[in-house]
Design a protein around this ligand. Structure first.
Ligand code: PGA
Length: 252
Protein backbone atom coordinates (compact mmCIF):
# COMPACT_ATOMS: atom_id res chain seq x y z
CA UNK A 1 0.00 0.00 0.00
CA UNK A 2 1.62 3.24 -1.14
CA UNK A 3 1.14 6.28 1.07
CA UNK A 4 -0.26 9.26 -0.87
CA UNK A 5 1.95 12.31 -1.31
CA UNK A 6 0.80 15.90 -1.80
CA UNK A 7 3.63 18.24 -2.70
CA UNK A 8 3.17 21.99 -3.10
CA UNK A 9 5.43 23.63 -5.67
CA UNK A 10 5.28 27.31 -4.83
CA UNK A 11 7.71 28.27 -7.61
CA UNK A 12 8.82 31.92 -7.22
CA UNK A 13 6.06 32.90 -4.82
CA UNK A 14 5.88 33.91 -1.16
CA UNK A 15 8.06 35.96 1.12
CA UNK A 16 8.86 34.58 4.57
CA UNK A 17 5.81 36.15 6.28
CA UNK A 18 3.57 34.84 3.49
CA UNK A 19 5.08 31.38 3.80
CA UNK A 20 4.59 31.30 7.55
CA UNK A 21 1.03 32.58 7.19
CA UNK A 22 0.35 29.75 4.73
CA UNK A 23 1.56 26.94 6.98
CA UNK A 24 -0.23 28.38 9.99
CA UNK A 25 -3.50 28.33 8.02
CA UNK A 26 -2.73 24.88 6.67
CA UNK A 27 -2.16 23.51 10.16
CA UNK A 28 -5.37 25.16 11.38
CA UNK A 29 -7.22 23.45 8.50
CA UNK A 30 -6.04 20.03 9.75
CA UNK A 31 -5.65 17.86 11.70
CA UNK A 32 -3.23 16.07 9.39
CA UNK A 33 -2.95 12.58 10.70
CA UNK A 34 0.15 11.56 8.76
CA UNK A 35 -1.90 9.20 6.58
CA UNK A 36 -0.82 11.25 3.59
CA UNK A 37 2.59 12.83 3.17
CA UNK A 38 2.53 16.63 2.86
CA UNK A 39 5.54 18.46 1.42
CA UNK A 40 5.93 22.20 0.87
CA UNK A 41 8.53 23.04 -1.79
CA UNK A 42 9.27 26.69 -1.08
CA UNK A 43 11.75 29.28 -2.37
CA UNK A 44 15.22 29.05 -0.78
CA UNK A 45 14.65 32.16 1.32
CA UNK A 46 11.72 30.64 3.24
CA UNK A 47 13.12 27.13 3.79
CA UNK A 48 14.87 27.55 7.14
CA UNK A 49 11.94 29.27 8.79
CA UNK A 50 9.39 26.85 7.39
CA UNK A 51 11.41 23.81 8.45
CA UNK A 52 11.70 25.19 11.97
CA UNK A 53 7.99 25.89 12.13
CA UNK A 54 7.04 22.47 10.75
CA UNK A 55 9.38 20.59 13.08
CA UNK A 56 7.44 17.82 14.85
CA UNK A 57 4.51 18.12 12.44
CA UNK A 58 3.70 15.73 9.56
CA UNK A 59 4.51 18.49 7.04
CA UNK A 60 7.91 18.23 5.35
CA UNK A 61 9.83 20.97 3.62
CA UNK A 62 11.44 20.66 0.21
CA UNK A 63 13.47 22.83 -2.15
CA UNK A 64 12.77 23.45 -5.82
CA UNK A 65 16.37 23.32 -6.98
CA UNK A 66 20.01 22.92 -5.95
CA UNK A 67 23.41 22.48 -7.57
CA UNK A 68 25.14 19.11 -7.65
CA UNK A 69 28.65 20.21 -6.64
CA UNK A 70 29.36 19.97 -2.89
CA UNK A 71 30.85 23.48 -2.64
CA UNK A 72 33.08 25.89 -4.53
CA UNK A 73 33.11 28.81 -6.93
CA UNK A 74 29.53 28.55 -8.21
CA UNK A 75 28.14 32.01 -7.67
CA UNK A 76 24.46 32.01 -6.86
CA UNK A 77 24.12 28.28 -6.28
CA UNK A 78 23.05 26.24 -3.25
CA UNK A 79 24.32 22.74 -2.43
CA UNK A 80 22.50 19.64 -1.19
CA UNK A 81 24.19 19.82 2.21
CA UNK A 82 23.07 23.46 2.57
CA UNK A 83 19.49 22.35 1.97
CA UNK A 84 19.80 19.62 4.58
CA UNK A 85 21.37 22.10 6.96
CA UNK A 86 18.21 24.23 6.94
CA UNK A 87 15.94 21.22 7.42
CA UNK A 88 14.92 20.24 3.89
CA UNK A 89 14.10 16.61 3.26
CA UNK A 90 12.98 16.75 -0.39
CA UNK A 91 13.98 18.49 -3.61
CA UNK A 92 12.28 18.83 -6.99
CA UNK A 93 14.51 17.78 -9.89
CA UNK A 94 13.74 17.93 -13.60
CA UNK A 95 10.77 20.29 -13.50
CA UNK A 96 9.88 21.37 -17.05
CA UNK A 97 10.51 25.02 -16.13
CA UNK A 98 14.09 24.14 -15.12
CA UNK A 99 14.49 22.08 -18.29
CA UNK A 100 13.17 24.78 -20.63
CA UNK A 101 13.96 28.13 -18.95
CA UNK A 102 17.27 27.16 -17.34
CA UNK A 103 18.51 24.70 -19.95
CA UNK A 104 18.90 21.77 -17.56
CA UNK A 105 19.59 18.76 -19.77
CA UNK A 106 19.63 15.03 -19.08
CA UNK A 107 23.31 15.12 -18.08
CA UNK A 108 22.77 17.81 -15.45
CA UNK A 109 19.62 16.09 -14.18
CA UNK A 110 21.51 12.82 -13.80
CA UNK A 111 24.16 14.54 -11.67
CA UNK A 112 21.48 16.22 -9.57
CA UNK A 113 19.64 12.95 -9.03
CA UNK A 114 22.86 11.15 -8.11
CA UNK A 115 23.93 13.87 -5.66
CA UNK A 116 20.51 14.14 -4.01
CA UNK A 117 20.46 10.38 -3.44
CA UNK A 118 23.99 10.37 -2.05
CA UNK A 119 23.05 13.21 0.29
CA UNK A 120 19.80 11.52 1.40
CA UNK A 121 17.61 14.27 0.01
CA UNK A 122 14.49 12.73 -1.51
CA UNK A 123 14.15 13.77 -5.16
CA UNK A 124 10.74 14.43 -6.65
CA UNK A 125 11.86 13.68 -10.17
CA UNK A 126 9.68 15.25 -12.88
CA UNK A 127 9.08 13.90 -16.36
CA UNK A 128 6.58 14.81 -19.04
CA UNK A 129 6.04 15.43 -22.72
CA UNK A 130 5.13 18.60 -24.61
CA UNK A 131 1.91 19.02 -26.55
CA UNK A 132 3.69 18.55 -29.88
CA UNK A 133 5.28 15.35 -28.62
CA UNK A 134 1.92 14.02 -27.43
CA UNK A 135 0.23 14.92 -30.69
CA UNK A 136 2.99 13.15 -32.58
CA UNK A 137 2.36 10.00 -30.52
CA UNK A 138 5.75 10.30 -28.83
CA UNK A 139 4.66 10.83 -25.21
CA UNK A 140 5.78 7.44 -23.87
CA UNK A 141 9.05 7.47 -25.79
CA UNK A 142 9.87 10.95 -24.42
CA UNK A 143 9.13 9.96 -20.84
CA UNK A 144 11.11 6.71 -21.22
CA UNK A 145 14.09 8.64 -22.51
CA UNK A 146 13.88 11.19 -19.67
CA UNK A 147 13.83 8.39 -17.11
CA UNK A 148 16.57 6.33 -18.74
CA UNK A 149 18.90 9.29 -19.19
CA UNK A 150 18.49 10.72 -15.71
CA UNK A 151 18.67 7.42 -13.87
CA UNK A 152 21.73 6.10 -15.70
CA UNK A 153 23.36 3.53 -13.45
CA UNK A 154 21.44 4.65 -10.34
CA UNK A 155 19.44 2.09 -8.38
CA UNK A 156 17.59 3.99 -5.63
CA UNK A 157 15.47 2.16 -3.09
CA UNK A 158 11.74 2.90 -3.44
CA UNK A 159 11.69 5.09 -0.34
CA UNK A 160 14.63 7.18 -1.56
CA UNK A 161 12.82 8.96 -4.38
CA UNK A 162 9.51 9.61 -6.13
CA UNK A 163 8.49 10.48 -9.66
CA UNK A 164 6.09 13.18 -10.83
CA UNK A 165 4.46 12.84 -14.24
CA UNK A 166 3.79 16.39 -15.38
CA UNK A 167 2.70 16.80 -18.99
CA UNK A 168 4.14 20.17 -20.01
CA UNK A 169 0.88 21.23 -21.67
CA UNK A 170 -1.01 20.77 -18.39
CA UNK A 171 1.29 22.88 -16.21
CA UNK A 172 -0.25 26.20 -15.26
CA UNK A 173 -2.70 26.02 -18.14
CA UNK A 174 -5.88 24.94 -16.38
CA UNK A 175 -5.97 21.96 -18.74
CA UNK A 176 -5.57 18.69 -16.85
CA UNK A 177 -4.68 15.36 -18.38
CA UNK A 178 -7.80 13.21 -18.57
CA UNK A 179 -7.90 10.50 -15.91
CA UNK A 180 -7.40 7.95 -18.71
CA UNK A 181 -4.26 9.66 -20.02
CA UNK A 182 -2.84 10.27 -16.53
CA UNK A 183 -3.41 6.64 -15.55
CA UNK A 184 -2.02 5.31 -18.83
CA UNK A 185 1.24 7.25 -18.46
CA UNK A 186 1.68 6.48 -14.76
CA UNK A 187 1.09 2.80 -15.53
CA UNK A 188 3.63 3.00 -18.33
CA UNK A 189 6.15 4.55 -15.91
CA UNK A 190 5.51 1.80 -13.39
CA UNK A 191 6.05 -0.90 -16.00
CA UNK A 192 9.32 0.80 -17.00
CA UNK A 193 10.31 0.75 -13.33
CA UNK A 194 9.35 -2.93 -13.06
CA UNK A 195 11.52 -3.87 -16.04
CA UNK A 196 14.44 -2.05 -14.55
CA UNK A 197 14.11 -2.55 -10.81
CA UNK A 198 11.80 -5.56 -10.52
CA UNK A 199 8.09 -5.81 -9.79
CA UNK A 200 8.27 -5.57 -6.01
CA UNK A 201 10.38 -2.44 -6.14
CA UNK A 202 8.19 -0.81 -8.80
CA UNK A 203 5.09 -1.54 -6.76
CA UNK A 204 6.46 0.61 -3.93
CA UNK A 205 7.66 3.69 -5.82
CA UNK A 206 5.31 6.65 -5.60
CA UNK A 207 4.28 8.24 -8.89
CA UNK A 208 2.60 11.63 -8.61
CA UNK A 209 0.58 13.47 -11.21
CA UNK A 210 1.10 17.21 -11.73
CA UNK A 211 -0.50 19.76 -14.04
CA UNK A 212 -3.46 21.95 -13.08
CA UNK A 213 -4.49 19.85 -10.09
CA UNK A 214 -7.15 21.65 -8.07
CA UNK A 215 -9.84 20.72 -5.53
CA UNK A 216 -12.39 20.07 -8.30
CA UNK A 217 -10.30 17.39 -10.05
CA UNK A 218 -8.25 15.98 -7.16
CA UNK A 219 -10.63 13.12 -6.48
CA UNK A 220 -10.85 11.73 -10.04
CA UNK A 221 -7.06 11.90 -10.47
CA UNK A 222 -5.94 10.63 -7.06
CA UNK A 223 -8.21 7.61 -7.19
CA UNK A 224 -6.39 6.22 -10.24
CA UNK A 225 -4.57 2.97 -9.44
CA UNK A 226 -1.09 4.11 -10.49
CA UNK A 227 -1.34 7.71 -9.25
CA UNK A 228 -0.02 8.09 -5.72
CA UNK A 229 -0.37 11.79 -5.16
CA UNK A 230 0.04 15.20 -6.73
CA UNK A 231 2.59 17.90 -7.38
CA UNK A 232 0.60 21.11 -7.23
CA UNK A 233 1.62 24.53 -8.48
CA UNK A 234 -1.01 27.28 -8.75
CA UNK A 235 -3.57 25.71 -6.42
CA UNK A 236 -0.92 25.16 -3.73
CA UNK A 237 -0.57 28.90 -3.15
CA UNK A 238 -3.85 29.04 -1.22
CA UNK A 239 -3.75 27.02 2.01
CA UNK A 240 -7.43 26.12 1.93
CA UNK A 241 -7.24 24.92 -1.70
CA UNK A 242 -4.18 22.84 -0.89
CA UNK A 243 -5.91 21.44 2.20
CA UNK A 244 -8.98 20.59 0.12
CA UNK A 245 -6.88 18.80 -2.49
CA UNK A 246 -5.26 16.72 0.26
CA UNK A 247 -8.64 15.92 1.75
CA UNK A 248 -10.39 15.00 -1.50
CA UNK A 249 -7.33 13.28 -2.93
CA UNK A 250 -6.93 11.08 0.13
CA UNK A 251 -10.41 9.56 -0.15
CA UNK A 252 -10.21 5.96 -1.31
P1 PGA B 1 0.25 23.76 -11.82
O1 PGA B 1 1.82 23.48 -11.70
O2 PGA B 1 -0.43 22.97 -10.73
O3 PGA B 1 0.11 25.24 -11.62
O4 PGA B 1 -0.19 23.31 -13.16
C1 PGA B 1 2.32 22.20 -11.43
C2 PGA B 1 3.82 22.24 -11.40
O5 PGA B 1 4.43 23.04 -12.13
O6 PGA B 1 4.46 21.49 -10.64
Amino acid sequence: MRKKVFAANWKMHKTRPEAVGFVDELMAAGPWSGEAELIICAPFTALAELAQRMHNTPVKVGAQNFYYEPQGAFTGEVSASMLKDVGCTHVIIGHSERRSLFAEDDGVLHLKLKTALEESLIPIFCVGESLEQRQAGEAEAVVRKQLTAALGELFPRPDQWMIAYEPVWAIGTGVTASPQDAQAMCKFIRSWLAERYGLANAAEIRILYGGSVKPANACELMILPDVDGALIGGASLEPLDFAEIVRRGSLD
